[in-house]
Write a protein that binds this ligand. Structure first.
Ligand code: PLP
Length: 491
């Protein structure tokens, strides 16, 4: 094992082996201790200052300049987790963590992660571990059903789901498939610089996630060809503006090929109007990708399914169980209406990967649905969580977070010094001080500086806005009430 010194080899068949075998690592003993450590950590996570307070460079200053020449005792390594790592941790699982969007985790998910590492499977092809592929297809079908997604995303037809690392990667895959569909696969064949290539244009609002511009850049389309579609007063995409911009681009000889609609923008949870965006995209043959990275999980609850109205128009859709469904990072669920475009865009089959299962055409090789070749067995943690919680357990999680957000929203609404900003009925609360940005900034430092809670901010129309994102696994009324006391005390 890594870190262990070579030892005298065991005799084999009565002979001494000339090649030394590493001393075995007592995985059982140290593994049990590590699981105990994690369980204790999660039990006491609330006691830590939520945000790490170490200065830049502190963690590295605790580490030796050079790696050890000889393996160290495990106990010494494990002790450094407390000494060096823990002070540099921001405690995302703390019930006092209200920053960004959550990245909530759970025991079953962590065990799924551990099992995945223990099995050490690399699931690039069906044949490299059939269970890795088939479990993934199956739980993705389950999840599509749990979220009430349109039937065209189920794997039984031309579509299907795949687990990506992140929403950023899912959108990149959608973008590449869209680019290839729009160019008759010229992008992969000739390259975009081919003079005869069409001028492709993509669309999203200014509130769409930054990963979309990054993906457009990575795909070689140029950030200038990502058009910023104006928003309505509620910060959702203006469908009339989209239709007009697409028509203008078409009239000027450009090709509207890709539109990203958000179901729950990062800033304020705005939901772009899919029922109207769908037909606008369809008129130009543009691929409609729906980024529901965080809010999409709310659709587990039938009472919140309206967020997905119009999803039948979507060519692809992604949501992150690693944000709001107790599956530890990373786990993005990505579905496409027609996997052929994706697979044709991303499949390259060298001789060394050829195998009879692939050639039979009866199996899925998920390496063709993503950017990297290799892939982890992420379906295990998703499977464990879904089975342990059940759909009803996951709905209860969403409902608790939504109810806690409503509790805080009501207090802010009743306070004359504060105002809600674009309130939505889910788990994100956006607000600011009526007195202006300086007063708003004072509230943020008042909440964060003592380490008792953690919130983040954004800007809306140039003005500072505080975001309280309720989503920690164990958050309860008392944590939200304590947060409110901090806000009230700082305002
Ligand atoms: N899309 C939205 C709406 C998000 O809020 C986020 C992250 O918060 C992302 C995409 C990016 O997520 P990921 O880290 O999975 O790429």
């Amino acid at each position: 094992m890594p870190g262990a010194a070579p030892d005298t080899p065991a005799p084999m068949n009565g002979h001494e082996s000339a090649i030394p075998v590493p001393r075995p690592f007592d995985f059982r003993k140290h593994g049990h201790a590590m699981v105990d450590w994690i369980a204790d950590y999660l039990d006491r996570v609330e006691q830590f200052p939520v945000q790490s307070t170490v200065a830049p460079g502190w963690v590295r200053s605790q580490l030796p300049v050079h790696p050890p020449e000889h393996g160290e005792p495990w106990e010494r390594i494990a002790a450094d987790v407390d000494r060096v790592i823990l002070p540099g941790i921001t405690h995302w699982q703390s019930p006092n963590f209200f920053g960004y969007f959550p990245a909530n985790a759970s025991g079953p998910a962590v065990l799924g992660e551990l099992l995945s590492a223990g099995l050490g499977v690399q699931g690039m092809l069906w044949s490299t571990s059939p269970a890795c592929t088939e479990l993934e297809t199956h739980v993705m079908d389950w999840l599509a059903g749990m979220l009430g997604l349109p039937a065209h995303f189920q794997s039984g037809g031309p579509g299907g789901g795949v687990i990506q690392d992140t929403a950023s990667s899912a959108t990149l895959c959608a973008l590449i498939a869209a680019r290839e569909r729009a160019t008759g696969f010229a992008g992969t064949r000739d390259g975009l610089q081919a003079a005869r290539g069409p001028h492709l244009v993509a669309y999203a609002t200014a509130d769409a996630h930054s990963s979309i511009e990054k993906d457009v850049r990575i795909a070689g389309l140029g950030a200038a060809n990502l058009r910023t579609v104006p928003m309505r007063a509620d910060r959702a995409m203006d469908p009339a503006a989209l239709a007009r911009m697409m028509d203008e681009d078409r009239a000027a000889g450009r090709v509207p090929f890709f539109c990203v609609a958000a179901v729950g923008t990062t800033g304020t949870h705005a939901v772009d109007p899919l029922p109207e965006l769908g037909p606008a995209c369809a008129r130009h043959g543009a691929w409609l990708h729906v980024d529901a990275a965080h809010l999409g999980i709310a659709a587990l609850c039938p009472e919140f399914r309206a967020i997905h109205a119009g999803l039948e128009h979507a060519d692809s859709y992604c949501v992150n169980p690693h944000k709001w469904m107790l599956v530890n990072f990373d786990c993005d669920a990505f579905w496409v209406r027609d996997r052929a475009a994706l697979v044709q865009a991303l499949s390259v089959l060298p001789e060394y990967l050829r195998n009879s299962a692939t050639e039979s055409g009866k199996v899925i090789d998920y390496r063709d649905w993503q950017v990297p070749l290799g892939r982890r067995f992420r379906a295990l943690k998703l499977w464990f969580v879904i089975r342990h919680e059940g759909t009803e357990g996951l709905r209860a999680l969403v409902r608790r977070h939504v109810a806690l957000a409503a509790r805080l929203r009501a207090r802010i609404a009743a306070d004359p010094a504060l105002e809600l900003v674009h309130p939505t009925p889910w788990s994100l609360v956006c607000f600011r001080a009526r007195a202006g940005d300086d007063a708003t900034a004072i509230i943020q430092s008042g909440v964060n500086d003592g380490g008792r809670a953690f919130i983040t901010h954004t800007r809306v129309d140039g003005r500072l806005v505080l975001r309280v994102s309720v989503g920690a696994p164990t958050v309860a009324e008392r944590h939200v009430d304590a947060l409110w006391d901090l806000i009230r005390g700082a305002r």
